[in-house]
Design a binder for this molecule. Sequence first.
Ligand code: SF4
Ligand code: SF4
Length: 80
Amino acid sequence: MPVLRPVINKRRCSAMPDICLAMPACPVGAIGYVEDQEEPLGGRIVIDYACCDGCGACVTACCGEAIELRELPAAESTPI
Ligand code: SF4
Ligand code: SF4
């Protein structure tokens, strides 16, 4: 059965944890940041689908309209 989960469009995301509005908006703390020098911006915002319940608060809060809810197969809604 498909579930709604937020997906980040990295081309729109500034990947700046200090100013990210989506991270503090998540009621379950599912949004984090990982440094990764392979990324053009030096890191990326990540969402832990094991904690996420698909409430959509991050979509509303994101300052860059970089997050959208998508229907994913349940098998894909695992930690990333
Ligand atoms: S608010 Fe949105 S665009 Fe800004 S860093 Fe967070 S997820 Fe990326
Ligand atoms: S959909 Fe809700 S629970 Fe999931 S990451 Fe966004 S704010 Fe957090």
